[in-house]
Design a protein around this ligand. Structure first.
Ligand SMILES: [Zn+2]
Length: 378
């Protein structure tokens, strides 16, 4: 994310280096830092980077920070927080008269979004949309950035928002609570997902790095899963240099399905200055001491398809937010289990006593039988 959005063709990129720098300082590029930030990062701000060599911290120190993204979400370690509010979106149904810029910036395909779109509920503050983009693999590899229990999904979409109170993405990107990204994981289904045709059908028009087209607005809600109340939440970073650690991540549990043909289109339509634009995903970063929260405790009503070995783990995910890993259900299970055990034990003891008494009675009975004989003898 926060990819360089300057639409300069790759070949021109280096020749127009100074022009680009000028553009950045005048606020036309997504990576434009505020003046304070420019001071700190001058000299390495525009160093080209690639997904082939992800040792980005050589040039971008923050990429080696303690709160980097993406991560592997280990569902055994997530903490249930039922107080996390559902995500409510406003202004996502865009009019056809709205013109959106779709571009190939050499790192991804990016769709610009108007700041009339927002996350109105779900955080303690309002976040305004700025762009969405994708991460994908190649024919041989999957391409999601976040993985769940080690499972990498086919691709991933990020919808980037910045805190309204900071007024601009570039200022917000430097603040701990500045950015909110919604992450959507993709799986392959049998049918084309027509909602994505607005974007995927235009990919051939932006094949070259730096190319862009305008597409009419459409209902961006349709790109999202249905269940906006089931998600993972953690604090992390942009997944591209300069890796600012200012992102509150919301990764939806429910995946979105696209067809294999659509995925193929995403993986094979775009080029960079070096070759195909594919496998544009960053590898999972260390979690360190961060907590990943889950807004839900089981997947029973989820439409998410997970590998069988993962679904078992996910269904066991039922932990409380205060670090006490026992929920009410767990506690009741322990109480009833203990009571049941005690009852069985008491019953066994009762049976043993009964048997002993019967044996004793039998022995006494046998004596009774013999007594009359004795009496007769007497
Ligand atoms: Zn991204």
């Amino acid at each position: 994310m926060l990819n360089q959005n300057c639409r300069t063709p790759y070949i021109m990129h280096r020749l127009l280096f100074l022009v680009l720098a000028q553009l950045l300082t005048t606020g036309t590029c997504d990576t434009n830092p505020d003046p304070e930030h420019k001071e700190k990062h001058e000299g390495n701000m525009f160093v080209p980077w690639t997904y082939e060599d992800q040792d980005w911290s050589k040039d971008y120190e923050l990429c080696n920070g303690n709160s980097q993204s993406p991560i592997n979400i280990d569902t055994d370690e997530t903490i249930l927080n039922k107080k996390l509010p559902s995500i409510t979106l406003e202004g996502y149904n865009l009019s056809e008269t709205e013109q959106l810029d779709l571009s190939n910036d050499g790192h991804t395909v990016k769709l610009s979004l108007p700041d009339s779109m927002s996350i109105s509920h779900g955080f303690t503050q309002k976040y305004l949309a700025t762009q969405l983009h994708f991460h994908w693999g190649s024919g041989a590899t999957s391409g999601s950035e976040h993985t769940v229990d080690g499972f990498q999904y086919a691709a991933e979409m990020h919808i980037v928002h910045f805190a309204a109170k900071y007024g601009h993405l570039n200022k917000a990107a430097l603040k701990a609570d500045g950015i909110a990204v919604l992450g959507v994981l993709f799986q392959i289904g049998a049918e084309d997902n027509k909602n994505y045709d607005h974007i995927f059908d235009k990919l051939q028009d932006i094949a070259e790095e730096g190319a862009n087209v305008h597409i009419p607005g459409f209902d961006i809600n349709m790109l999202l899963p249905n269940q906006l109340y089931r998600f993972f939440r953690y604090n992390g970073s942009f997944t591209t240099p300069p890796c600012f650690q200012s992102v509150t991540w919301t990764v939806f549990n429910e995946t979105v399905q696209i067809s294999q043909a659509q995925l193929d289109k995403l993986e094979t339509s775009l080029k960079t200055g070096h070759g195909m634009l594919d496998s544009n995903f960053r590898h999972a970063q260390p979690l360190n001491r961060r907590t990943v929260f889950a807004s839900f405790s089981s997947l029973t009503s989820s439409r998410r398809i997970v590998p069988k070995e993962n679904s078992v783990k996910l269904d066991e995910d039922d932990k409380s937010v205060d670090g006490n890993h026992f929920t009410l259900g767990d506690t009741l299970a322990v109480i009833f289990g203990t009571l049941f055990g005690c009852t069985v034990l008491a019953f066994v003891i009762y049976l043993l006593k009964q048997r002993k008494r019967q044996r004793s009675n039998t022995e006494r009975g046998q004596k009774v039988i013999y007594k009359p004989a004795a009496t007769m003898e007497a």
